[in-house]
Ligand binder design. Structure first.
Ligand code: SER
Length: 316
C-alpha cells in the first residue's frame, strides 16, 4: 500500500482513516469527497483532496491515474435506516459504485477494500457467535447491497485476480465524525447526551444486543486486512470481526459509572428496532484471528473512558 484513494473520505470511517493513513504512509493519500460533503480543515491541509463521486467511473479513473493509486478504500454507502427510505439510491451507490471501482481496480491493478457489515445477516442466521460462513439473507436494502458486494468482490478476485478484501464491521463508535442513519447509531448518540449532561432517549429496546466496536480498532482492522499476507487468506469478502456486544442497559449502566446522574428513557423506533432484531447478538471472528491475526484492543470500559473524556473536553 503506497498511494491510496479513499472514496467517502469525509464520512464516519473515512475522516479518521484518511488521517491515520496519512500518519502511517508516505505516498499520496488522496481524500475523495463529493460536493456538499467537503473535507474539514485538517484533511484539506494535510494532503491531496479530489472530488470523486463513486457513481462517476471516469472521475475515479482520472484520480487513480493522476496519483498512481495502488489501493482504493471504497467507503461510500448509505447506512441501514436511511437506505430503507431511499432503497434505489442505496443500490446505485452500493452496487453501481462498487461495479465502477471493481472495474477500475481490474484495469489499473489496484487492491480494493469495500467494508461489509453485520447487516449481511438476517432473521434465519444463528444469532449468537454467528459463524463466518453462514446464512446471509438480510431483510434490509443495506444488507442486500452488502451481500451482493461480498459476492461481486469475491467474483472479481477469483475470476480476474483483483486483490479485493473486506471486513464485516459492527456498529462503530467514535467521538470524531458522527454516523448518519444507521441502526447502531444510538451507541454513539448516548455518549453525546451523557457528555452534554442531557437525558438520552433510546430508540432501541432494552435487551436488544448488537455487535459494536470502538473506531481505533475498526481503523486498525481496515489497515491490517489490506496488509495481510495474501497466501494466508482463505476468506476475503468478507471477514467477521468482533469486539463488543451489548444492549442499551449495559452501555447505560457503564456510562453511569462515570456520569452518576445520567438518565435514559426508551422511545423505540419501529424501523431501527426491526432492523436490530434481524441482526446477530454477537459474531464469531475466529477466521479473522487465525488468517490475519485480528485482535481488538478496546473493551467497554476503555472505550467509555476515552469517549467521555474526549467529548467532555469538546463540550467544556
Ligand atoms: N452501523 C451500520 C448501521 O447501523 C451497520 O453496519 O447501519
Amino acid at each position: 500500500m503506497e498511494n491510496v484513494l479513499i472514496i467517502g473520505s469525509t464520512g464516519q470511517i473515512g475522516s479518521e482513516l484518511t488521517m491515520k493513513l496519512r500518519g502511517n504512509y508516505k505516498g499520496n493519500i488522496v481524500a475523495g469527497y463529493i460536493p456538499g460533503a467537503e473535507p474539514n480543515y485538517e484533511i484539506k491541509e494535510s494532503g491531496p483532496c479530489e472530488v470523486v463521486d463513486i457513481t462517476n467511473a471516469g472521475q475515479i479513473a482520472q484520480v487513480v491515474d493522476k496519483y498512481k493509486i495502488d489501493t482504493i478504500y471504497n467507503l461510500a454507502a448509505l447506512l441501514s435506516a436511511v437506505a430503507e427510505s431511499k432503497p434505489q439510491l442505496a443500490w446505485k451507490i452500493g452496487i453501481g459504485g462498487l461495479c465502477n471501482v471493481l472495474e477500475i481496480s481490474r484495469e489499473k491493478k489496484c487492491a480494493l477494500f469495500t467494508p461489509s457489515s453485520i447487516g449481511v445477516f438476517g432473521l434465519n442466521t444463528p444469532k449468537d457467535k454467528t459463524p463466518q460462513d453462514t446464512i446471509c439473507r438480510p431483510k434490509t436494502m443495506y444488507g442486500v447491497t452488502k451481500v451482493t458486494g461480498e459476492l461481486l468482490s469475491d467474483y472479481y478476485h477469483t475470476r480476474f485476480g483483483v486483490d479485493t478484501r473486506s471486513v464485516r464491521f459492527p456498529g462503530l463508535i467514535s467521538y470524531v465524525t458522527p454516523p448518519g442513519g444507521g441502526t447502531t447509531d444510538y451507541a454513539v448518540d448516548i455518549y453525546y447526551s451523557a457528555a452534554k449532561g442531557e437525558k438520552f432517549v433510546c430508540p432501541i429496546a432494552k435487551g436488544t444486543f448488537m455487535d459494536m466496536m470502538y473506531m481505533p480498532d475498526a481503523l486498525r482492522a481496515a489497515i491490517e486486512i489490506m496488509e495481510a499476507d495474501p497466501t494466508k487468506l482463505e476468506h476475503r469478502n468478507s471477514f467477521n470481526i468482533a469486539s463488543l456486544s451489548f444492549d442499551p442497559e449495559i452501555i447505560f449502566n457503564e456510562i453511569k459509572r462515570y456520569v452518576p446522574d445520567f438518565e435514559m428513557e426508551y422511545c423505540v423506533d419501529p424501523l431501527r428496532q426491526s432492523i436490530a432484531e434481524s441482526w446477530p447478538n454477537s459474531l464469531d471472528d475466529t477466521c479473522a484471528r487465525e488468517e490475519w491475526g485480528w485482535k481488538p484492543e478496546y473493551d467497554l470500559d476503555a472505550m467509555t473512558n476515552d469517549m467521555l473524556t474526549k467529548l467532555k473536553e469538546r463540550f467544556a
